[in-house]
Design a protein around this ligand. Structure first.
Ligand SMILES: Cc1cc2nc3c(=O)[nH]c(=O)nc-3n(C[C@H](O)[C@H](O)[C@H](O)COP(=O)(O)OP(=O)(O)OC[C@H]3O[C@@H](n4cnc5c(N)ncnc54)[C@H](O)[C@@H]3O)c2cc1C
Length: 339
């Protein structure tokens, strides 16, 4: 509480998983406003109406915070489908093989956006401003002023949840220190170079043919393919690499899946594409180059006399990059602010 017993004003920039979770943990202690650039919640979590995932797909058993929050919100998970043979499309053509067991992963019934939707429904006293891309952050000496092209907002504390490189692209007055700017710019956006295709079918014909749906391909636009079915919606998903138009990409995906899985793959009900590297609210120029391995994430960014803080998955020293990192970063800062 501030001196006059009014709750302190807190602005959270970004309504992705870390922003929503921070609001959930802090809503009884602060007067919270969330400023979101897009017209929707979720950030990198993006679902289709029938529960498909165009952003993250999996949760693993060591992601304890994610699993605990899912239970708390009454959400249910099911194991990733891996029964059957995998396919490898390399120099000697298409081969069937038994994929070695990998760390068992789970998926959300209804898709991962059921997690952000459930969190959103729990935010009873939080004000949202959508279509509000923040451009400038000023320390007035007292409050912090956060500006979009249309509006100004004031608060005693501001939390950014943006991927670090997008924070570095905002305008700060006074400027952030060269050390902080370099730390932000050196931290790549996880999956900032990715693009995902979700191909929905009437029947899971690959399962009938004894295939798991998992395939690695060196030919065609989809490099790695997995089963993406929800209980009532058979589907495959693949990470794709192409600069073609949407129509050409769809045709190339159908050709490739028909080559791999046979003629039943030629008639999907729907193809949904999401190219994250073209999305300015997830990715920037520095992210266009792909990553060869999972970076060592973790950042402690606080500025303007501890009135400005950065969270978000890339700032987390625990499971940075993943959903788990987003939750860990929010709960670490919430504990700090509540102390
Ligand atoms: C294709 C793909 C697959 C993935 N697979 C997995 C997986 O299987 N398992 C897993 O654990 N993780 C996976 N991830 C990572 C996971 O999605 C992220 O860890 C998590 O969603 C990050 O949440 P966040 O809140 O930290 O960031 P974000 O979701 O990026 O949230 C940041 C928010 O800030 C908003 N914003 C940006 N700029 C501005 C601005 N100027 N003003 C106002 N708002 C702004 C954005 O719109 C967004 O809502 C995947 C990601 C992608 C893209």
């Amino acid at each position: 509480m501030s001196n006059n017993n009014r709750p302190k004003r807190l602005i959270i920039i970004g309504a992705g998983l870390s922003g929503l979770y921070a609001a959930y943990l802090l809503q009884n202690h602060f007067e919270i406003v969330i400023l979101e650039a897009r017209d929707r919640i979720g950030g990198r979590i993006l679902g289709t109406p029938d529960g498909g995932d165009l952003g993250p797909t999996w949760v693993w058993s060591h992601h304890k915070a994610t699993l605990a929050l899912s239970r708390e919100l009454g959400l249910t998970l099911f194991p990733q489908f891996t029964n059957g043979d995998a396919l490898y499309d390399g120099v000697s053509g298409i081969e069937r093989f038994k994929a070695p067991p990998s760390a068992p992963s789970a998926r959300f019934n209804g898709g991962i956006s059921s997690l952000t939707d459930a969190l959103y429904r729990k935010l009873h006293a939080v004000t949202f401003h959508f279509n509000t891309p923040v451009e400038k952050i000023l320390d007035s000496g007292g409050e912090i002023i956060v500006q979009s092209s249309q509006n100004s907002f004031h608060a005693e504390i501001v939390i950014s949840t943006l991927p670090p490189r997008l924070v570095a692209n905002l305008s700060f007055t006074p400027s952030l220190s060269p050390l902080i700017l370099s730390q932000l710019n050196r931290t790549p956006t996880w999956m900032g170079n990715s693009a995902k295709a979700l191909i929905t079918y009437e029947h899971a014909f690959w399962k009938e043919d004894g295939l798991s749906g998992f395939a690695i391909s060196h030919h065609g636009v989809l490099a790695e393919i997995h089963d993406a079915s929800q209980p009532d919606n058979p589907a495959l998903f693949g990470f794709f690499h192409t600069h073609r138009s949407v129509k050409d990409s769809e045709n190339a995906i159908i050709d490739q899946l028909t080559g791999l899985f046979g003629p039943k793959a030629a008639h999907p009900l729907r193809i949904d594409l999401k190219d994250w590297k073209k999305d300015p609210y997830s990715s920037c120029v520095l992210d266009q180059k792909g990553l060869s391995e999972h970076p060592h994430y973790g950042l402690n960014i606080h500025a303007f006399d501890e009135k400005f803080h950065c969270i978000g998955t890339e700032t987390s020293f625990i499971e940075g990059g993943y959903l788990e990192g987003a939750l860990q970063s929010a709960s670490k800062l919430a504990q700090q602010l509540l102390r």
